[in-house]
Design a binder for this molecule. Sequence first.
Ligand code: BGC
Length: 245
Amino acid sequence: MKVLGVDIGGSSLKGAPVDTKTGQLLAERHRIETPSRLSPAEMGAAIARMAAHFDWKGPVGVGFPGVVQGPFVRTSANLHPDFVNLDAAAVFEHAVGAEVSLVNDADAAGLAEATFGAGRGVKGAVLLLTFGTGVGSALFVDGILYPNTEFGHLKKNGESWEKLVSGAAKERRGLGYEAWAADVGEYLRELEALVWPDLIIAGGGISADHAKWFPHLKIRSKIVPAEFLNEAGLVGAALHAARAL
Ligand code: BGC
């Protein structure tokens, strides 16, 4: 099946048509910057522009950075508050004029990695974390996803951990890799105590620089970078759509 995969991020949308049998992109990834917070209708229009860029008429899979239940978005920590409890799939379908399926962005990235990437064939508990605008999480047991884990919102001194350890937090706090990795290590040790992962997969743009920060983590689990790097989200959104639609 061929599906247009779209990954909604904090500052841009990324999209490409994906062959869901192989996980390969069928065209070069396209990026649409979203410097201001888009309302749901504006986001629908941006997804429609993405589809128009590829002259796409088929199904669309969208990864959204919040809790997703069926067509509904339930939380929106870093995007417009009007998404909360909205049937976003219906809004996007109206804008695009095609079937749209929705999935949490980190769950999408996890699906891509569990199916074709660093988690392929791995037994036991696999935890994928994305370090971008926020911190996303996806938990798999023997390849099966437990949806909507929100481990970026575990608390440290009353604040979400993502405020300390996301990629954006590293920039905002002006930290080098070693100092940032000290906090990431503490965060991962908390997660290890909760879910005892057999493997941790690190995604998000910053995973490309893994050699600079993995060595400073001081954790028990094996950790590897996401093989799809920054494309995991859009590939997984397409995979989810192929299963759901
Ligand atoms: C959201 C998650 C999302 C993560 C990464 C968090 O703020 O609550 O649902 O996966 O950011 O985008």
